[in-house]
Design a binder for this molecule. Sequence first.
Ligand SMILES: Nc1ncnc2c1ncn2[C@@H]1O[C@H](COP(=O)(O)OP(=O)(O)OP(=O)(O)O)[C@@H](O)[C@H]1O
Ligand SMILES: [Mg+2]
Length: 232
Amino acid sequence: MNDDFIKMVEVSKIYKDGNTGLTAVDSASINIPQGSMIVITGPSGSGKSTLLYLIAGLMEPTHGEVFVNGKSIYKLRDSSISRLRKETIGFVFQAFNLIPSLSALENIIASRIMDQDKRQKKAFELLDEMGLTSHKDHLPSELSGGEQQRVAIARALINDPDIILADEPTGNLDSENGEIIIRILHELNSQGKTIIVATHNPELFMAEGVQKISILDGHIEIDAGANVYGRE
Ligand SMILES: Nc1ncnc2c1ncn2[C@@H]1O[C@H](COP(=O)(O)OP(=O)(O)OP(=O)(O)O)[C@@H](O)[C@H]1O
Ligand SMILES: [Mg+2]
């Protein structure tokens, strides 16, 4: 087990806002062991999505370094960082971000890398796991919110990533569909995947071993007793 699987060292993200800057994440230092399940919570605008983008390799920090599995990801060449994003990290976006013109099956397959022959098989397996086999040819506009969210999760899993980052994965769902997503995320964690979820409803995700991080105005606070640790 790698205790520093994901490591942020004094990471800040300052968005340019006219002449001034908006500090969305303020000097965050945190270590996340492999196989953890972490829930990030905080009010709207507190920096949850920004924190996930920074970990995902999607947004370069203004200051500080982000390490994934020992590599300082923003020091990698563009080709290496995009490989890391595809192979190691699955991202479930707040607004699904499915491609409207592609069917459920095609959306899942679209981000599959390598093994051209195997990808169809893997996509069918994921559709089955998500209970979507009968909807495989539906366009996103022909799917409910819960179904779209499950397609988005299947897409995040197509490359069998070690890390799954999910931004408000239940935010647009009713409680029944939300519970399905939560169960899927817990199952993935029990298979050894490192899961980080940003949510306004942390209580829905809490279970034995799940750890909570709160963020307020870009400052992160780790719950006492958590296995995740930060530094001042
Ligand atoms: N691209 C951007 N340019 C400028 N400011 C931004 C940008 N993205 C986010 N912000 C600002 O950064 C702060 C943090 O935003 P972020 O999206 O990380 O919050 P959040 O905690 O995910 O909120 P929510 O719960 O509403 O999704 C907010 O004040 C937001 O307005
Ligand atoms: Mg957000």
